[in-house]
Design a protein around this ligand. Structure first.
Ligand SMILES: CC(C)(COP(=O)(O)OP(=O)(O)OC[C@H]1O[C@@H](n2cnc3c(N)ncnc32)[C@H](O)[C@@H]1OP(=O)(O)O)[C@@H](O)C(=O)NCCC(=O)NCCS
Length: 179
């Protein structure tokens, strides 16, 4: 049994990623990713190449009105199996400043509460810093006690809670020192 590690998205993890995608879909996450299309090898290859490109990708699902932002995507894997993702946006735009933050991290539902959420964020902190971000903004739903616990354990400081709008919920904004 090996330790968990952060890696670039790769076709090596296709099967476990697709299993995770169906878990994510069940909780309403990443609905814009089509599992049937991604099951085809060529499409999956293009998908991971796109994730690794670090180019600005259109913000889903508000691609029409949010400026694309370069993003580094890493996966947490263990024993050849995908466990979760972390997305690090290189800069903030008006939307990320209020709602998206620099960093989004997620663990596949079947692997939650086993310590991987804390691991993925902790392992990513030097990468966040390497990308030139000393203080990373993370936004969390005020009732997301697990995420809040992890962010605070790693030193995150609450800035404020944004006001809910028609399109977006109220979110706690935390600054995490990655320097
Ligand atoms: C947030 C998320 C990544 C956490 O992943 P996870 O693997 O379940 O987290 P971990 O197992 O590492 O840690 C959970 C911690 O929360 C604690 N915890 C669990 N339930 C809790 C609760 N109701 N209240 C407070 N703390 C709680 C656990 O005890 C553990 O802390 P510990 O290490 O001090 O014991 C996961 O729930 C997820 O993917 N959520 C959806 C996406 C999301 O909300 N991302 C964060 C916003 S960017």
């Amino acid at each position: 049994m090996s330790a968990s590690k952060l890696v670039r998205p790769s076709i090596e993890y296709k099967d476990s990623y697709l299993e995770s995608l169906s878990e994510y879909h069940e909780e309403g996450r990443y609905k814009y990713r089509n599992a049937a299309l991604l099951a085809q090898d060529d499409n999956f290859k293009r998908f991971v190449e796109d994730l690794c490109s670090e180019q600005g990708r259109l913000h889903q699902p508000m691609q029409d009105w949010v400026e694309p932002m370069p993003e580094t995507v890493l996966w947490l894997v263990k024993d050849g199996t995908y466990l979760g993702s972390i997305e690090i946006r290189h800069r903030l735009n008006w939307h990320l400043e209020k709602w998206g933050g620099h960093v989004h991290f997620v663990i596949r539902p079947s692997m939650r509460n086993k310590g991987y959420g804390k691991k993925i964020l902790k392992k990513a902190m030097p990468v966040i810093n390497y990308l030139g971000i000393d203080k990373a903004l993370l936004t969390v739903e005020p009732d997301d006690e697990r995420a809040i616990h992890i962010i605070e354990q790693l030193g995150g400081k609450l800035e404020d809670t944004t006001q809910a709008t028609e399109c977006f919920p109220a979110l706690n904004r935390y600054w995490l020192d990655c320097s």
